[in-house]
Design a protein around this ligand. Structure first.
Ligand SMILES: [Zn+2]
Ligand SMILES: [Zn+2]
Length: 242
């Protein structure tokens, strides 16, 4: 069977088979944009005010207005603002872990869809260039893909650069490290090999999860030192500060 015929057969098959929720396997209605059922969708905590306008930290109290968090008051980050689609818990955390550690690429379209929520698209509109947080070449070989690059492909309308930023130090995984250790771990881990690519540009860094911000702070520092006009950060999920 030739390729075009195979594609046609697949399309017909997909039309008749019910789409199943990537989280629980329940059938998903044809009207759903992605394969997530209403029950699982209802368990996602979307990022919403009140939050820190700078780092995007979502406050535990759902009362009050946006205000700078203590971290941003004491030690402002080098980036202008960071935002995420969802809080890192429930289905959002599951999706990220399954993509990264179990190579479940079927979660990719779901997360790309989440990244197109209106408050995320605001950052896309403000950016000249999208730069995924790079992996060290050794880590890339171990994992086989960089989830940040795959996620950044959610925005085909915006210029994307995979060469603007490189990871020059192979570092221990950030998971399991304390905040101060995370900062030391990624210190001077990033370089801008060709500053002309980002010079005077508004750069949007894209990654899967914002935990303490240590990695994106270090990326932003390198980009700004190399001449970027502004750096913002967009992630699928954000860990709620303790
Ligand atoms: Zn479900
Ligand atoms: Zn903050």
């Amino acid at each position: 069977m030739n390729f075009a015929l195979q594609r046609l057969a697949l399309t017909i098959l997909e039309f008749f088979l019910p789409r199943l929720c990537v989280f629980c396997g329940a059938p998903v209605g044809v009207e759903a944009a992605v394969a997530v059922c209403p029950e699982c969708e209802g368990q996602i905590s979307w990022v919403d005010s009140p939050l820190c306008p700078r780092c995007g930290a979502v406050f535990i109290s759902r009362e009050g207005v946006d205000h700078l968090c203590r971290d941003c008051q004491q030690d402002p980050p080098p980036f202008t603002r960071a935002r995420a689609a969802a809080v890192y818990d429930g289905p959002a955390a599951d999706a990220i872990r399954r993509l990264k550690y179990s190579r479940r690429l079927d979660y990719l379209a779901v997360m790309q869809h989440w990244l197109r929520r209106p408050h995320c698209l605001e950052l896309i509109a403000a950016a000249d260039l999208i730069v995924p947080v790079p992996l060290h070449v050794r880590r890339l070989k171990e994992r086989g893909f960089n989830q940040a690059v795959l996620l950044a492909r959610a925005f085909p309308e915006s210029p994307l650069s995979l060469e603007a930023l490189t990871r020059v130090r192979y570092t221990a995984p950030q998971a399991g490290l304390k905040p101060a250790e995370r900062r030391d771990n990624v210190r001077r881990a990033f370089q801008v090999p060709r500053p002309e690519v980002i010079k005077d540009k508004k750069v949007l860094l894209v990654d899967d999860v914002y935990t303490t911000g240590a990695t994106v702070r270090e990326c932003a520092k390198a980009l700004l030192q190399a001449g970027a006009k502004q750096v913002e950060v967009l992630t699928v999920a954000r860990v709620r500060p303790a």
